[in-house]
Design a protein around this ligand. Structure first.
Ligand code: PRP
Length: 210
């Protein structure tokens, strides 16, 4: 009998795009398109069970095996370093992690740099590699406000179009890393449900011409 594959989708625009790709790759689950507040959807015939989770939680579900596979941003993977396999870079949800600050800010490297971010590990690793002393201020959103109000000198955050920075009189100063959506797998599931997981992975790759 075919084994069900549990798939963690990141709630939001990226997750909807990813579901459309899975649907077009032959793993549709029509009930997911219904307007309701359900979070779990299943197509037994296709052997897939989808569930919507907070984007930053996808790696937790997959690492602990509650999901066999999932789609997570490279930013989340770098931040949490989960013990999972990265099966494919889907090349969507592209953006970059960057340092940004007020236009007139220049780091003279005297004293401790105050860095506001949702990604403390990525920020710490980056500034360690620059041998720069920093004070991390962990925030949960609207990071751009921090330098404007004098809470921090710089921010480490995601830049997609650059519009949020621009409209708040900030500018990118250094790029840290390119980000995109990655198909990830639980290590045990990958061993024991290998045929099913590879079947999904290959169909997605084909659909995206990867
Ligand atoms: C992200 C990021 C920036 C914005 C960048 O925020 O933190 O604020 O998108 O996009 P842009 O370069 O296209 O303007 P998100 O929408 O995730 O909200 P947040 O404030 O909760 O972090």
């Amino acid at each position: 009998m075919k084994q069900m594959i549990n798939i963690a989708l990141p709630k939001g625009r990226l997750g909807e795009k990813v579901y459309s790709i899975l649907e077009a790759s032959g793993f549709e689950c029509p009930s997911i398109r219904e307007q309701n507040r359900k979070l779990i959807f299943e197509n037994e015939e296709k052997g897939v069970r989808y569930f919507w989770v907070k984007p930053s939680d996808v790696v937790i579900y997959v690492e602990r095996g509650a999901a066999d596979i999932g789609i997570a941003g490279k930013d989340i993977i770098l931040e949490y370093s989960p013990d999972i396999y990265e099966l494919a870079d889907l090349g969507i949800g592209k953006c970059r992690m960057a340092v940004a600050a007020k236009k007139d800010f220049c780091d003279r490297r005297d004293g401790v740099l105050r860095v506001a971010t949702k990604f403390p590990n990525i920020a710490r690793n980056y500034y360690n590699s620059q041998s720069r002393d920093i004070d991390i201020i962990k925030l949960n959103g609207s990071i751009e406000i921090a330098p404007i109000l004098g809470l921090s000198d710089v921010i480490v955050d995601i830049v997609e179009t650059g519009k949020t920075l621009y409209e708040n009189n900030l500018e990118p100063k250094q790029d840290i890393v390119d980000i995109s959506a990655i198909l990830i797998a639980n290590k045990v599931s990958y061993k024991f449900k290998n045929a099913e997981i590879n079947g999904i992975c290959e169909a997605v790759r084909k659909n995206l011409n990867l």
